[in-house]
Ligand binder design. Sequence first.
Ligand SMILES: NC(=O)c1ccc[n+]([C@@H]2O[C@H](COP(=O)([O-])OP(=O)(O)OC[C@H]3O[C@@H](n4cnc5c(N)ncnc54)[C@H](O)[C@@H]3O)[C@@H](O)[C@H]2O)c1
Length: 264
Amino acid sequence: MNTSLSKVALITGGAGLGIGHGISEALAAAGWNLVITDRNPERGAALAHRLSKDGVKVEVVTVDITAPEAPTQAVEAALKCFGRLDGLVNNVGVGLVKKAGEVTDEEFQTLFNVDFLAAFRFVRAALPALINAQGAIVNIGSVHARLAAPQYALYAATKSALDAFTRGLAVDYGAQGIRANIVHPGLVASPQNGPLLTKLGVDPETWIKEFTSTKQCLPDLVTAREVGELVAFLLSKNARSITGQSIYIDGGTTTLLWNRTEKL
Ligand SMILES: NC(=O)c1ccc[n+]([C@@H]2O[C@H](COP(=O)([O-])OP(=O)(O)OC[C@H]3O[C@@H](n4cnc5c(N)ncnc54)[C@H](O)[C@@H]3O)[C@@H](O)[C@H]2O)c1
């Protein structure tokens, strides 16, 4: 067992191509040891290989996070490999783009199992170790938690649930030294955007240009690494007085009342 004094963070979906990757990179750069859960073993192994340098150690736990035993497995891996757990980042989340009237019970259940139930279970499993280490939790929400968009009612509901859950955690566990915050990204630049937008029948470059010029105050998309740097800050002792907060990193999307190019 490695009982190194370096802090240890558990990141769900930490080997993802998008935000998960940005969070893993930022925390590794800040010297954290990592436990990453992902259901894709090859991607997990590749990320571990890339980030394991300069004294940083990365343990990959290959699980489907919706399995009831997955959270305990991941927390036990952290304690076995590193002897401690200082940070939990609930990053995994899946989307659902459909009007509420067309959503089946099965789709509803899958969405809430991944986006909310799993996050709750990871928190429950990690709390004893986090209290022991006086650690912190960061959940990953979305701008959809605050603003409505066509066909996003159910996805938005999962992120709003996570938002309220985060505040509740801050209230219930603050006295035991635990901080809990939620980061709400806007549209994040990711290699996944191109194929996804093409599948939806739009030209990715044109669509993104239109999005940033009308739906953001700032001209560039948020990067996954920027989200990661914010998460790293919130997990650090520099954020020791910040808890129960919903923090938007969205280039100003949630600041706009209407399209930036509209005159009136
Ligand atoms: N990408 C965006 O623009 C954006 C914007 C706002 C919010 N978000 C939120 O950010 C988070 C990360 O999104 P992302 O699109 O960047 O993804 P990501 O690239 O971080 O990848 C997520 C990872 O989770 C893994 N995963 C998915 N379901 C799993 C399961 N059941 N069990 C185990 N692993 C699983 C995938 O294999 C993938 O590697 C999500 O919560 C999402 O809702 C994303």
